[in-house]
Design a protein around this ligand. Sequence first.
Ligand code: AP5
Ligand code: MG
Length: 223
Amino acid sequence: MIDQVVILLGPPGSGKGTQATRLSAELGVPHVATGDMFRTQMEEGTDLGQRAGRYMDSGRLVPDELVTEMLFVRVDGEDCVEGYVLDGFPRNLSQAESLDQGLEGRWSSSVASLEVPDEVLVERIAGRLLCREDSNHIYHASFSPPKVEGVCDECGGELYRREDDNPEVVAERLYVYREQTAAVITHYAQDGRLEPVDGNQGPDEVYRALRSAVEGSDVEEGG
Ligand code: AP5
Ligand code: MG
């Protein structure tokens, strides 16, 4: 039992999805990723997916009123009662304040921030491949290629490139990160909760650093 929320921050391509997948599996709690939730909605052609897609395709943030309710409904689910790993939320100060209120008195939280230079982010995003069957199966054409081109090692699903991974949209996502999401890092640094993690190393090294940052924030492992 962890009874704790892990908030994983970092710019586009910093490895949030890669690391959150592993951490949530080890801790035995769900990986809750707002970007993945929107992509599922888009694939299913829901009204929410269509509205969110207009923002995602151009690299802008989806408006808070569409994100926050979706997130709180999700983490209210039965499977989140012992904790969860948050990936991609909060992304601006208003979301951070909503989350602080939502967690207050009920949960303790730890906040880790993956730090990676821009040129590395661009390289990572340019080569990223994702599995259509499971968004937690993440590859890179050079850094972590699948055994068979275009096919997921874990489930045989088709690998694809994200619509918003093209260079123009990536530039906008990095700009939006600096303009809006960097303030979230400052917010958690100011209240003493931020654990910076060097994300510019191999995935196993990043995971070790993340694990010890999270342990330092008193997350107990599930049995
Ligand atoms: P989202 O899906 O959250 O995208 P993002 O934040 O831009 O981050 P990415 O998913 O691109 O990167 P990642 O950090 O997960 O890296 P990954 O592990 O895949 O959001 C998309 C959009 O949704 C937003 O632009 C916005 O429009 C909307 N949205 C979502 N949440 C929102 C919110 N709260 N409010 C408003 N709008 C919201 O790794 C990247 C690549 O690098 C992979 O190929 C991987 O194999 C490789 N890699 C990973 N780690 C390493 C390593 N250590 N060494 C070498 N390669 C590595
Ligand atoms: Mg991701």
